[in-house]
Write a protein of this length. Sequence first.
Length: 439
Amino acid sequence: MIKAILIWAAFFVANCSCVFGQQYNVLYAFGAKGFLSTGGSIDGATPNQGLVSDSSGNLYGTTEEGGSVPCATGYGCGTVFELSPLTGGGWEQTVLFNFCTSTSNPKTCSEGAYPESSLLIDKKGNLYGGTNQGGIGYGVVFELSPPSVQGGSWTQAVLFTASDVNAGLYPDSQLIIDGKGNLYGTNGAGGILGGGNVFELSPPTAQGGPWTETILYTFCQVGPFCSDGQSPAGGVVFDREGNLYGATGLGGANSNGVVFELSPSQSGEWTEAVLYTFSASGQGGSLPDGSLTLDNAGNLYGVTFAGGIQYKKYCDDWTKHCGAVFRLLKKANWKEQFFQFHGFDGGVPQATPYLNETSGVVFGTTELGGTQALGTIYEINGTSETVLYNFCSQANCADGAQPGSGGSLVNIGGKLYGTTWSGGGNGYGPGTVFEFTSQ
């Protein structure tokens, strides 16, 4: 049995068992449709973000690289793809959109390049996301609309082009939508003070008109070390009162990141409050990554890819620490509770955790750690952790490896779905989409 330490309210010793075999299935391995002469996989590569689904059970996601256009690197500027379940079993993959078809230069292709956000799907089946480059070099927010007739092409529209450093750069975070169709997200950099910001995109008042960006908050306004936060780590989430919550990967009084709340006023102004500042030592965890998960009681869950326990053998990233999952308790004045990874049970989590509200169990993935040091699927239940799967358990990592930010799990019909950005067994292993059924 693997021993782990779970620090929710105090230290516990927890047994960690590992479950292998039939519960884990690769639905699709990228590279299956061949490669360009430059080396890029035609069907997409590096699906480093989470998935969304529609009412028919189709899955949608993005790949940071790959596609039918070589792009500047030769490996492609990314795709939006669909996985559809087949009646007789199996899944069919379709590339809905290739980025950078207008020009091979990711700095100047107007439709964007290198999508690095999970998609958002609305009630009409439109998909929304952001890119890290393209536009004029600093990313775009886009909408992809389904065809009006079966078998037609999807249509892309650029809703926002990051073109002004003051308005923010790199809008590649997870987006959310409110009842009026407004989109909310973060820019990882830029803003008047260079620390990124939180923005709202409002749909046009007249058909065909432009979308309007409103900056809700710009980071780095407080203190010499940006004690209000710097560089948002992911997107934002709403609570029932309309407040927004998120985390920054840097900044805070200890320069290791913060968890923040943005509250609206009747005048339309938003006020930021720092709910939690990660410690200077990083003993519990530091440098949060991904978006937060909010439960019905208002508690917040997230991950840090650094801090916690140092274990170079399994967590050989630049920090040499294995990171943690954290929970902040609203009724206890945001008291922190940490689960620290040890490497052999996972390490360097980057994906937003999934919470089963009914059972209170937290599921997630780690990019490193595990028996092959190439990532795990984990379950945290009360004071115990279970390693559900160790990636790269199959020859040549045919089952996938290193589920980064895209390892964010989504529950569809009681099954968990996610992606790995490498492995899969085709060529150099440009990634997989997987399904996991929990007992």
